[in-house]
Design a protein around this ligand. Structure first.
Ligand code: ZN
Length: 408
């Protein structure tokens, strides 16, 4: 089998099945497209001879390929959904050779990628690259992983290559808050460790993500007609304003980068009587993350003293956690990524990801799951593109990890 051709064909096929998730829908999966995608993969896993294939009502698909040699039990995880950023759910991929000139994605609509705005293209001169037609994301996030995993499985089976027990999990609704991976239990996905392939350019390795939480402040003020409001009215919107003033304006996404944490006020709904204020809490450091949550609680206490007639309630929840809370660079699951890259002559680029991946939900649940590159650029944009040589290297990483897990 021509590995590269098969990889690209699988990818093109998967992206042509629309599977956008929908953040406004509370059920998992949030869309039928993700279940359709899972059904396609289920059939393919059956044809490849996988065992214990389970597709549940949440569109979570898990399966096992029994090992033919001693080794660690490893898992691979891909999310089924593509992000909804108000672009078309239909993906029409095209393969173009990058000549160094701006890339015309869509002649009819006159949509281009300009090299000046996307100088990263210059790394891929004279290479074949998979682009969008300018009306959608490409969906390399995360169908590059899907194609990578399925092609790797087919390749090791057809060539009877040595491997330990291999588990796979396809999960929905990553883009809407890691909802699928949060429903995946250790009992069902019983691996020593696992990998997502959900990072971008060639070489990227991620084992650090944010610790993430959300807080919601619910304020009930006291309403009164303005003619008799003096000393009576408590305006919940101004109570919320006082609360926001207690936070350092420089600890916000717009003033922070690298490994800084932040608070982020993301929404406020108010009428004369009620106000709900929503915020995000992010920090790489576990202790700092806790301090941020404690600070919010202290601010609420102060606010209650400032506004004794208002009713103020705080709700706070943890959303996901830093993978590195459970693993370090020297531990086997992460160290193997660096070794595999080294074996393949790939220069590793360590990224502390200012966000979360499925591994940020799985790792706290006891399934340590670092992340590596797909090879693509510009996730969540119509400028998303996937250079085929980088994509092939991402597949080679997967094959090498499978070998290494059984000590080769
Ligand atoms: Zn992704």
């Amino acid at each position: 089998m021509d590995l590269e051709q098969r990889l690209v064909d699988n990818f093109i096929r998967y992206v042509k099945t629309p599977s956008q998730s929908d953040a406004s829908v509370k059920t998992v999966p949030s869309t039928q497209g993700q279940m359709d995608m899972a059904l396609i993969l289920k059939k393919e896993l059956e044809d490849l001879g996988f065992e214990n294939i389970v597709l549940d009502e949440h569109a979570i698909l898990t399966a096992v390929l029994k090992g033919n040699c001693e080794g660690d039990t490893i898992g691979f995880v891909s999310h089924l959904d593509t992000v909804d950023v108000s672009l078309s759910p239909e993906v029409k991929p095209q393969i173009l050779k990058f000549t160094g000139e701006d890339v015309l994605l869509n002649k009819d609509l006159d949509i281009k990628i300009s090299v000046a705005q996307h100088p990263e293209l210059n790394h891929y001169k004279d290479m074949d690259i998979i682009f969008t037609d300018g009306t959608s994301v490409l969906g390399a996030d995360n169908k590059a992983a899907m194609a990578n995993i399925m092609t790797a499985f087919e390749y090791i089976i057809k060539n009877n290559l040595p491997h330990g027990d291999l588990h796979v999990a396809f999960v929905p609704d990553e883009e809407t808050g890691l909802k699928g991976s949060k429903l995946l239990t250790r009992e069902r996905f019983n691996v020593d460790y696992a990998y997502t392939i959900d990072s971008c350019r060639l070489g990227e390795i991620v084992y650090e993500t944010f610790n993430a939480g959300a807080a919601s402040l619910k304020i009930k003020g006291v309403s009164a007609h303005p003619m008799s409001a003096k000393g009576v009215l408590v305006n919940p919107l101004l109570v919320a304003h006082d609360f926001m003033n207690m936070f350092d304006r420089e600890q916000t996404p717009e003033f922070t980068d690298k490994k800084d944490g932040y608070w982020w006020f993301v929404g406020c709904k108010s009428d004369p009587l009620y106000c709900t204020l929503d915020m995000h809490i992010r920090d790489f450091d576990k202790d700092n993350y806790k301090r941020r949550k404690d600070y919010i609680k202290e601010c609420v206490q102060t606010l209650k003293l400032m506004h004794p007639k208002a009713q103020i309630e705080l709700e706070m929840e943890d959303i996901y956690a830093n993978i590195a809370n459970n693993v370090s660079k020297d531990d086997k699951p992460v160290a193997m990524l660096y070794e595999a890259a080294d074996d393949l002559g790939i220069k590793p680029i360590t990224i502390a990801m200012r966000g979360g991946t499925d591994g940020s939900a799985l790792s706290p649940a006891g399934i340590v799951t670092p992340n590596y590159f797909t090879g693509a650029h510009n996730f969540h944009s119509y400028c998303e593109f996937l250079p085929i040589p980088s994509f092939v290297k991402s597949l080679k990483m997967t094959l090498r990890l499978i070998e290494k897990a059984c000590g080769r």
